[in-house]
Write a protein that binds this ligand. Structure first.
Ligand code: PAF
Length: 284
């Protein structure tokens, strides 16, 4: 496995693979790698000739009030894990390498409508930061396929829209959410939960699974379903619910009734830690 800290360096490492016509699979990450990331890397390993992982905590996607400064950094363990998973190249640039001197980057990528909903309501400019760095990483790495987890379902749809709109020649591959034994979606932020918050957070998946069962049993009304999810999360000891919404799985528009493929999406704060989750539901 090779590592590169510079844009030129990673381009040089990948030139040979590209010339030889090998397919490049790319897993962009912010480090603090866990089972969710390993499953993306494993899928890239199975489907592509060469696997590139990027590790970059992107300041552009955090607002000043958010947890950029305490975002976990575990570079040595991340590199060891990537080696074990047989990644070919790990790109871990500095902020200066990616964005130059202060105010060096004047461009932002904004995907309207999709980025303004759900998490976009409370995390202003978050998805502009994500799209800007992902577009830049795609320009640097030039992957054939890029692997994103369905846990960040809104991010997945936005990145798909961005590559379609900007004709970026990469296939976006959606990978299933990895969960703990009790159903909690695996996230780098779970490590910040106290034992009580960790217990309360299980209400997320329990309430979503309950809703999936209700839909299977024939319940369609979004207001009733979201009310019962809210009730279950609220009684678990959550600090604040950000949203519980049922949306069209293709465009994130709210659905009053589940009459087509939909996603039930939730976000809430457990202490200082904000968690998100979602599940797929469909009309019978
Ligand atoms: O999902 C993430 O970890 C980040 O948003 C991403 C895609 C690596 C961009 O910084």
């Amino acid at each position: 496995m090779k590592t590169a800290q510079t844009i030129d360096g990673v381009r040089k490492l990948l030139a040979e693979a590209r010339q030889a016509g090998r397919s490049i699979g790319f897993v962009p990450t912010m480090g603090a790698l866990h089972e969710g990331h390993w499953s993306l890397i494993d899928q890239a390993r199975r489907e592509c000739d060469d696997v590139v992982v990027s590790i970059f905590v992107n300041p552009l996607q955090f607002s000043p009030a958010e947890d950029f400064d305490r975002y976990p950094e575990t570079l040595d363990a991340d590199l060891a894990g990537c080696e074990e998973r047989v990644a070919d190249v790990v790109f871990c640039p500095s902020v200066r390498e990616m964005y130059g001197e202060e105010a060096g980057l004047l461009t932002r990528v904004h995907v309207s409508r999709l980025a303004d909903r759900l998490c976009g309501q409370s995390r202003q400019n978050h998805f502009d930061g994500v799209c800007t760095v992902v577009a830049k990483l795609f320009g640097i790495v030039g992957p054939n396929r890029a692997f994103f987890g369905e846990k960040d379902f809104q991010q997945l749809l936005i990145v798909r829209q961005m590559v379609a709109d900007l004709s970026i020649p990469v296939e976006i591959v959606a990978c299933p959410t990895c969960r703990e034994a009790d159903g909690l979606a695996i996230s780098s932020r779970n490590r910040f939960l106290s034992p009580e918050q960790r217990k309360a957070a299980t209400s997320f998946y329990e309430s979503l699974s309950g809703a999936v069962e209700s839909v299977r049993a024939g319940r369609r009304d979004a207001a009733q379903l979201t009310a019962s999810i809210r009730h279950q999360i609220e009684t678990s000891g959550v600090d604040r619910i950000d949203y519980v919404e049922i949306v069209d799985a293709t465009n994130l528009e709210p659905l009053p009734e589940i009459d087509k493929p939909a996603r039930i999406c939730v976000a809430a704060h457990f202490g200082e830690t904000r968690l998100i989750d979602n599940v797929a539901v469909d009309a019978p």
